[in-house]
Design a protein around this ligand. Sequence first.
Ligand code: AMP
Length: 285
Amino acid sequence: MIISRTVQDVRSLSSVAKASGRKVALVPTMGYLHEGHASLIRRAREEAGFVIVSIFVNPTQFGPNEDLDRYPRDFERDRETCIRSGADAIFAPSVEEMYPAGFSTFIEVEGGMTRFLCGARRPGHFRGVATIVGKLFIAAQPDVSVFGQKDAQQAAVVMKMTREMGLPVRIVVSPIVRESDGLAMSSRNSYLTPEERLAAPLLKRSLDDAAELFHKGERTTEKLTEAVLRRLAGSPLIKPDYVEIVDNETFEPAARITERPVCLAVAAYLGKTRLIDNLVLGVEK
Ligand code: AMP
């Protein structure tokens, strides 16, 4: 496993791989890897002959009262997961490497897409995401980059940013990987107390309740979000942050579901831990 710590180094790794005729894939992560990340790496392996996993806890995407300082880290375990999943290299730069002193250049996707869901609840979050992903793309020069459906709005923001900045990177979105009880895998699940962990699968069950209503013909977003909230109310440990239905491409709120697929997204606090999950509802033609 090649470990690269600098932009210059990862760029030369990428150009050497390309010179040998291989496509380069990048899987951006914040580390503390789990099976969700591993599935992205395996997908990247199918797409390209040289797979780079970036591990960087990006300070600019955390708000002042968020969990930057306590975000979990375990580089040795991550390295093993990368090897096991078929990665060729890890790019793990320092904060100073990505944000040298005096850094003041940002990429911001403005308007619609970033005004709702996590964009509304975490001011500045997607500015940090767009900036770091743009910087990672410029550093590692991938042909393709794999993101998880788990962070659906993030994937949409990255696709828009990549297209509008004219970066020659194909974005692939890979399905959500879940624990056997339905809880979407997340590095943040490690924060949960045993009681919170028992309650956490209600997030997925609440989405399933709405999906069931949808498949019975319900098309008003109000009724569907009500079903989600009803299920979440089943545990006093869960405090919903948002439940919203947005267009699956623009991420702007949808009042009624017509012919375009929508994303039903939920965020909720369990104690101090904020978890997100989502489900795409498509209208069959
Ligand atoms: P993170 O390390 O949480 O920033 O996530 C890095 C990438 O892994 C993002 O593209 C996430 O959407 C993706 N990811 C995180 N959890 C999952 C999961 N349970 N299933 C699929 N992809 C995931």
